[in-house]
Ligand binder design. Structure first.
Ligand code: FES
Length: 176
């Protein structure tokens, strides 16, 4: 229990007092969460600033990220080909995926760098495969796999609403 003067008492820790949910674009709220119940998923002390954690509910893997903008909750699946972002690299509000080096911005929900495989961005614009600066894009040998890479669309993040209650992080999750 923290006491702030004689009129205010708070049941949580300092970490809980300073932790806030991060804002996200309303149209990127995850489907099925508008009226979904909140679930207690993690203690605030288990998610210091600059860290990421995966928590699972049924077959839903949720990625919690504590940035200086607050706490984001999104699926622990890369918006490209579903690799677990929780084992990627966090740099401010940008996560680098461990699989094809795509970088994804939690603040905007957009890719900050397309995966090395290329493909379609969220707006359907095609990006070629990665190649070193000054070189022409690598030519994919024609075939179904190349076609699949070309047609794979990177999505924007979708976000689960977050709230902090006492010393716990709660996330609104759709029914599984
Ligand atoms: S699966 Fe993440 S960049 Fe491809």
């Amino acid at each position: 229990m923290i006491s702030l003067g004689s009129s205010y008492r708070f049941a949580g820790s300092i970490a809980a007092m300073t932790m806030t949910p991060a804002p996200f674009r309303p149209r990127l709220q995850a489907a099925g969460t508008a009226d979904a119940p909140f679930h207690s998923v993690l203690g605030v002390d288990d998610l210091p600033v600059g860290s990421m954690r995966r928590v699972s509910r049924g077959d839903l893997d949720v990625l919690l990220v504590h940035t200086d903008r607050g706490v984001f909750a999104t699926e622990d699946r890369c918006p490209h080909m579903s690799a677990p972002l929780s084992i990627g690299i966090l740099d401010g509000c940008v996560i680098q995926c461990p699989l094809h080096e795509g970088r994804f911005d939690l603040e905007s929900g957009d890719p900050a760098q397309m995966p090395t495989t290329g493909g379609l961005d969220p707006d359907g614009v095609y990006h070629p495969t990665w190649s070193p600066a000054g070189r022409d894009p690598k030519v994919d040998p024609p075939g179904t796999k190349a076609e699949a890479r070309r047609l794979t669309r990177v999505r924007r993040f979708r976000y689960f609403p977050v709230r902090i209650v006492d010393d716990r992080i709660e996330v609104a999750l759709p029914a599984v």
